[in-house]
Design a protein around this ligand. Structure first.
Ligand SMILES: *Cc1c(COP(=O)(O)O)cnc(C)c1O
Length: 611
């Protein structure tokens, strides 16, 4: 996906042409900036999205071929994973050759699905709680040729569907959602098992079948659905669940239900950390392996039961879109906690300053903890004296600087001498802070909410040894607005290796794999709005085409989201200005400047703008 270019830039690898030189990300960002698209920017790489869809569909097709499976694969993209119009449109286009469809979990998502021109044999699978309006629209859409499947989630929904179908005089296309008893591991364990929200248990299922039979609609029930939750870490959980799903399929077929489609939901995970392990941010399998396991398991089960192989459906969302976007922001400022030079001694220095300074003479691998303790003690004593008025501001400031200098020295020795993890943990507290131009709450909500780890990487100077370690803070006024867990080659670290920034050139950082879930879960903390978005396509000659740009929210847009009327705000501000003029507090020429400044701000980007 990405690789380091000889000049140290991070480059995007063309997914289909190995000989193409990777496209430099800093160059892409600079070219976007020249066109007025500033960072933070969400970069969607169309070629990566296409690859996601191709990989999933072709992996299933290959698994089908390899195992001699007689059915086909008809995937659907769950709209909730990325509902953005431009993304869904591209998914529909790239998916058309594969008969790829859409999954709608709500009325608005069904409204989106019914406005797209899908392949003739593509499915629209409707999950979630459905009212009469939702169900009627789904049934009526079949008149337009859509294969809209209403997945029955509860016995109550069965009744609503029976009534609507009778009233409309039309046969619906039905599915049934079954709660499997096998529970998966990982962050979404609660989406599976007895206590999960959606789907019917065996008792409800039998009731539903009986009611459909009574109503003369059992012949409409074609699809069996189960969703295990997202980001399933362990492929053996998938196998067990698919096996259980097949048991239900066999039993229902035995009951006379004419099932033809087996839908296994989402859950195909992404290896965010690259560890290839069954934990919250990684998975122990590849897409190929997942597909092969699913197809093989279904084939054995169906052969054993003597049933024809059903059409396989999955609703993999994350695995299709996560890789296709990255968030790029610039570092605005750094607070360095590692200092190279200490202030020179002065005659009237308090003795605590000399005590601090003296630690330097005994920093050695076996005495690191002692040095940390001493530095901490003298610094705290100095602060206490300051609070009581015994030392002045300049003395305490010099002391803080010497303290940081000592800790930086300790850190260097610790790095060179393979120190213990306790010492490392104490020293991590003085990692530098890089203040970055983005909002965690708007652009990376899962990092905040569920400790999601995304690969984070500086986009330039990767041919230079990083000389600092930093945590990244955002520009919201919230201490939670920071990234403090990074995946490095040797595991998870609380700080990221970075370079010392200079004032002359921008330092960009990229957060990868943000195409799934992050875009619409974000909120308006501190009223930071949507970022700019640019969609690019990688060209075979190593360049890129800008397919689309969407400007991020302006300040007046975010204000109207929280019910302010921008025109009223300008009027109110104008009144304050007029009053100040009439009371001689402001000149008439100030009036123009003030109103122009207010108006310009209203039209500005909510993020830090560098001109
Ligand atoms: C969220 C969801 C999905 C998508 O899951 P991924 O883990 O993104 O593949 C699929 N089906 C249903 C019913 C869902 O709720």
């Amino acid at each position: 996906m990405v690789s380091v270019l000889p000049d140290g830039d991070l480059g995007l690898i063309h997914p289909q042409s190995e000989s193409t030189p990777p496209a430099s990300l800093p160059r892409i960002i600079r070219q976007l900036e020249r066109r007025g698209i500033q960072t933070p920017v969400l970069l969607r790489v169309s070629s990566f999205l296409e690859r996601g869809i191709r990989t999933l569909n072709e992996s299933f097709n290959q698994a089908i071929e390899r195992t001699g499976y007689k059915g086909t694969y008809r995937g659907v993209f769950p709209i909730k994973v990325n509902q953005q119009a431009h993304v869904v449109q591209r998914i529909v286009e790239f998916g058309r050759p594969y008969g790829y469809g859409l999954e709608a979990g709500s009325k608005p998502e069904l409204v989106i699905a019914l406005s797209r021109s899908l392949a003739k044999d593509a499915l629209i699978v409707c999950n979630g709680v459905k009212d009469d309006e939702f169900i009627r629209l789904a049934i009526l859409s079949r008149k337009l040729g859509f294969n809209t499947v209403i997945v029955l989630e509860s016995p109550k929904e069965v009744d609503t569907v029976i009534a609507a179908a009778k009233d409309l005089g039309l046969d619906p296309l039905l599915g049934v959602r079954i709660k499997l008893t096998n529970q998966i591991s990982g962050a979404w364990a609660a989406s599976s098992g007895d206590r999960s929200t959606f789907g019917m248990n065996s008792d409800q299922l039998v009731t539903a079948i009986d009611r459909l039979r009574e109503a003369g609609l059992l012949h409409c029930l074609k699809l069996q659905h189960s969703h295990l939750g997202s980001q399933i870490p362990d492929v053996n959980d998938v196998r067990r669940a698919v096996n259980e799903a097949c048991r239900y399929f066999t039993e229902l077929t035995g009951e006379g239900v004419p099932l033809s489609h087996l839908d296994l939901g989402g859950g195909l995970g992404i290896d965010y950390t690259g560890e290839m392990k069954a934990n919250d941010n990684s998975v122990n399998y590849t897409v190929d392996e997942y597909c092969l396991n699913v197809v093989e398991t279904v084939r054995y089960a169906m052969d054993e039961a003597g049933l024809p192989h059903p059409t396989l459906v999955t609703e993999s969302g994350r695995a299709v879109v996560a890789h296709s976007s990255l968030l790029v922001f610039n570092v605005l400022e750094a607070t360095f906690f590692e200092v190279e030079t200490a202030p020179e001694p002065e005659p009237d220095d308090h003795h605590l300053l000399s005590d601090l300074r003296a630690i330097e003479s005994y920093i050695e691998p076996m005495r690191l903890q002692e040095c940390i303790n001493d530095a901490q003690y003298y610094r705290d004593e100095l602060r206490a004296l300051f609070r009581r008025g015994y030392v002045g501001l300049r003395q305490v400031a010099r002391g803080e600087r010497i303290y940081l200098r000592i800790l930086s020295r300790i850190k260097r020795v610790a790095h060179e001498s393979e120190s213990t993890s306790e010492i490392d943990a104490q020293l991590e507290k003085i990692a530098d802070i890089y203040h970055c131009n983005f909002s965690l709450f708007q652009s990376l909500p899962d990092v905040w909410a569920i400790n999601q780890i995304h690969p984070v990487v500086p986009l330039q100077r990767l041919n230079e040894e990083p000389d600092r370690r930093a945590v990244l803070t955002d520009i919201t006024c919230d201490s939670d607005g920071k990234i403090g867990r990074f995946i490095l080659a040797d595991g998870i670290s609380p700080s990221l290796p970075v370079h010392t920034i200079d004032d002359d050139s921008s330092y960009y950082i990229g957060v990868l794999f943000v195409g799934a879930y992050q875009e619409t879960l974000g909120d308006l903390h501190n009223l930071f709005g949507d970022t700019n978005v640019a969609t690019i396509d990688l060209r075979e000659d190593g360049g890129f085409d800008l397919l689309q740009e969407v400007e991020g929210d302006t300040i007046s847009e975010v204000l109207s989201y929280v019910e302010y009327d921008p025109r009223d705000l300008i009027d109110d501000f104008r009144k304050l200005v007029e009053t100040a003029i009439s009371e001689d507090r402001l000149s008439v020429s100030d009036r123009k400047t003030l109103i122009a400044a207010y108006r310009d701000s209203m039209n500005g980007y909510t993020y830090y703008e560098s001109h």
